[in-house]
Each structure stands twice: as structure tokens, then as C-alpha cells.
Design a protein around this ligand. Structure first.
Ligand SMILES: *Cc1c(COP(=O)(O)O)cnc(C)c1O
Length: 406
């Protein structure tokens, strides 16, 4: 196929500056060419090298490459023993996949609202929810959705699925305390937070299982891909087997101990990830620089709130650059003006409980999670990547400031 990216981009994309971009160098192109000269396009040396790079970077015992962040989260849900009718505490301010993986197993997500400053799940609300559900039948009701598509198996929540939103870790010490007190597992969705640090400890290593994603807008990319990290040997063995069609260690090719999935990461993707991990500090530093340019320029603009950093975040690794518009500003008209002048921008996130399928299944309504909805209504993600130049950032800011004064 004659796929002329440049020409297509010039004629069909209305945007001067892309919303996000991967950061690919000669090294990535070379390693892909190298893999193509071998017969190992899946289950070869690069998946192992990529996993080893993660173990070293995070200092964890096990790393399991998978075909997407969503696939990784799904396997963690299974490894945590979550099944039909189990309750799991999670956040409505996230990308949908952190909740979808619970629905895949017919578990019931119990949403609690977020801290309005960081957008991360509020541990005070987690504690109230778990206490009420576990000990207080009367107040338990207020944490449950209006409609339940599945019967509750056990009113005591089984796990917490927390999300490190936009590259800032959730309040993991507080979450760990609650989880330990009520014997719950923690799944840490760190798909937006590779390299981020919470009180000096790496995101993804703070729960029982952590997951990263490598879609092209993330800190590193493999095209599609993900990585599970854990120190739990038994869970690691189970998840390795489930990603590989349920073949347990020692199973032959057509012998399957478990009902499994094809969630493997192919060698081309793993090789790309291996090279990107060699460049991780460079990639993170470039993202930080771009965020700095934005913040320097936008912090003076009265209609804009720039991203804040929690004290517990000893390192923020910048997944996206999301500003909040002051109350009363018509976001849709700002987005329209930006688009007319070649700049993409989008709301980030649209709350999960207000997605059509969630409203239909669980009966959620507007007003159910006010902080999440407020952030959802006022947030605006601006173009962001490690390869943006200072001039591009200035261009976006100038056009945004114009759009705000219209
Ligand atoms: C990107 C992301 C994922 C995983 O996405 P995939 O596209 O499946 O790799 C999961 N959770 C959050 C919060 C994300 O941002």
C-alpha cells in the first residue's frame, strides 16, 4: 500500500500541531528492521529483555508484558480473585478501561469521588465507603448504584482499583492502610504514570499489582502494549499463563491448564519498548520541559488553572497537559475556536459514570459525583508530547489566550 503519511496529514488533518506524538528515533527503526530479519515475531528474546528492563527500572520481582494496558488490568482483576458479584472500589475520573475490566468479570464497581485538586480517588471517601458497606447496612445503600445488573456476592469490597491520574500517583499510603485493615487487594492503574514517584517510591509498585500502558500518547510507546508488575509470585505465574492462552509452566503448545487469553505482546512491539526504556529518562525530561513551557506561559492567565502538583508526588511524569477553565467559560466554544486555528484540544476525562453504557447498566445520573463532574466539565487537554518545541507551545498558548478573550 502506498501510504503517504506526510501528504495525507497535510491534506486531511485540519491541525497545525498534533494532539500527541510518539518519539521515535533511528534506534527504534533499526530494532524493528532487526526483528524482521529473524523468525521470532512473537515469544522471542525482546519480550524478555523488555520485561527485564521494567524489573530493573521499578525494582520489582516480576514484569509481564501484555498486548495492552487494558489486557494487563483485566489479568490483575482475575489474579485478585475478583469475580461475579464482587464489589470493587474505584474512581469515575479515569479512562474507561479501569472500570471496564471489572465489568468483564461481572464485578460491581463502587465509585467514590475524587480529590478536587489532584483528580485522584479520595482516600477519605474510600474509607467511608468500605466502613459503611462492611458494617453499616443502612448507610451502605448510598454507595451502591441505583441499578445492579448482577447480584452482590459479598457486601465487603474485595479490592481497590486506584488510578494515577495524568502522571501523579494516588494517595497510596492512605489507600494501603485501608486495604490492609479490610483485607483488600490493591490494583494500581499506573497506565498514565510510568516513572512517576510517590514519596520517592515508583508508581506501579505501590499496590499488589501495577499496570502500565504503551499506546502512542503515553510516556513510552510500543504501538499497542502494556506491562503488569508485581512482587506476588503466584499471581505472576497465573497472569503469565493467562496471557498465553492459559498454558501453565510445563504445558505443551496444545495443552491448556486454564481458560486463558491471547494477551501476548509481539516481538516488534517488545523491541520498540526495549529501546524506549533505554531512553526513558530522556523522554521523561523532554515531557517535563514541555509542561514547564506551558505552565510558565499559562500561569498568568486568569481564566486558566494550570496543573497542580501534590506534595506526595516527588516526581510527576506528565502523561497529558490538562488545564482547567474558570467557571463560566464556554469550553465548547474555546475548543471550536482552537480547532478553526489548527489546534486540537479535548475534554479530559468525560466521567465514566456518565458514559451511556454505564448510565444504562447502573442507573447513574448527573450529580452523582460532583468533583469528578466539575473536573470533567472544566478540563481541557492541550497538545502535548516530548517532541513539541517551545515555539509550538507558544503558538498553542497564544491562540488559547485569543480564544479565551473572544
Ligand atoms: C491508557 C490507559 C489505560 C490502558 O489503555 P490501553 O489503550 O488498553 O493500553 C488504562 N487506564 C488508564 C487510566 C489509561 O490512561
Amino acid at each position: 500500500m502506498d501510504f503517504q503519511w506526510d501528504r495525507r496529514n497535510k491534506t486531511e488533518s485540519p491541525f497545525l500541531i498534533p494532539m500527541s506524538s510518539p518519539d521515535i528515533t533511528e534506534a527504534e527503526r533499526e530494532v524493528i528492521a532487526e526483528v524482521l530479519q529473524t523468525p521470532f515475531l512473537s515469544i522471542g528474546p525482546y519480550i524478555e529483555a523488555f520485561e527485564e528492563a521494567f524489573r530493573q527500572y521499578l525494582g520489582c520481582a516480576y514484569a509481564i508484558g501484555v498486548s495492552s494496558g487494558t489486557a494487563g488490568l483485566h489479568l490483575c482483576v482475575i489474579a485478585a480473585g475478583i469475580s461475579e458479584g464482587d464489589l470493587v472500589i474505584t474512581t469515575p475520573f479515569s479512562f474507561v478501561s479501569s472500570t471496564n475490566v471489572l465489568l468483564f468479570e461481572r464485578a460491581i464497581p463502587i465509585f467514590v469521588d475524587v480529590d478536587p485538586l489532584s483528580g485522584n480517588i479520595d482516600p477519605v471517601l474510600i474509607e467511608q465507603a468500605v466502613e459503611d458497606l462492611t458494617h453499616n447496612a443502612q448507610s451502605a445503600q448510598r454507595w451502591l448504584p441505583r441499578k445492579l445488573p448482577t447480584q452482590i456476592k459479598d457486601i465487603a469490597p474485595k479490592a481497590i482499583l486506584s488510578v494515577d491520574v495524568f502522571g501523579q500517583p494516588a494517595e497510596m499510603d492512605a489507600i494501603r492502610k485501608i486495604a490492609d485493615r479490610f483485607a483488600m487487594k490493591i490494583i494500581e492503574d499506573s497506565c498514565e504514570a510510568l516513572g512517576a514517584e510517590y514519596k520517592g517510591r515508583k508508581a506501579g509498585t505501590l499496590g499488589d499489582y501495577g499496570v502500565f500502558g504503551f499506546y502512542p500518547n503515553k510516556q513510552i510507546t510500543t504501538g499497542e502494549g502494556g506491562m503488569i508488575v508485581t512482587n506476588d509470585k503466584e499471581a505472576a505465574q497465573l497472569m503469565s499463563s493467562l496471557r498465553n492462552q492459559g498454558r501453565a509452566a510445563g504445558d505443551t503448545w496444545l495443552h491448556h491448564t486454564f481458560l486463558g487469553y491471547n494477551y501476548r505482546l509481539d516481538e516488534l512491539s517488545a523491541a520498540l519498548g526495549y529501546i524506549q526504556m533505554k531512553r526513558i529518562e530522556e523522554l521523561l525530561a523532554k515531557r517535563e520541559q514541555v509542561a514547564k513551557w506551558y505552565t510558565e506561559r499559562l500561569r498568568q492567565v486568569p481564566e486558566v488553572e494550570v496543573p497542580m502538583r501534590l506534595e506526595s508526588t516527588t516526581r510527576n511524569t506528565w502523561f497529558v497537559y490538562v488545564i482547567r477553565l474558570q467557571n463560566g467559560i464556554q469550553r465548547e466554544s474555546v475548543i471550536r475556536t482552537l480547532k478553526e486555528r489548527g489546534i486540537p484540544a479535548r475534554p479530559y476525562f468525560t466521567p465514566i459514570h456518565l458514559q451511556p453504557y454505564m448510565q444504562e447498566r447502573f442507573g447513574y445520573q448527573e450529580g452523582d459525583f460532583p468533583h469528578t463532574e466539575d473536573l470533567g466539565n472544566r478540563s481541557l487537554a492541550l497538545p502535548f508530547s516530548s517532541i513539541m518545541t517551545e515555539f509550538q507551545v507558544e503558538t498553542v498558548c497564544n491562540i488559547l489566550i485569543d480564544a479565551l478573550s473572544d
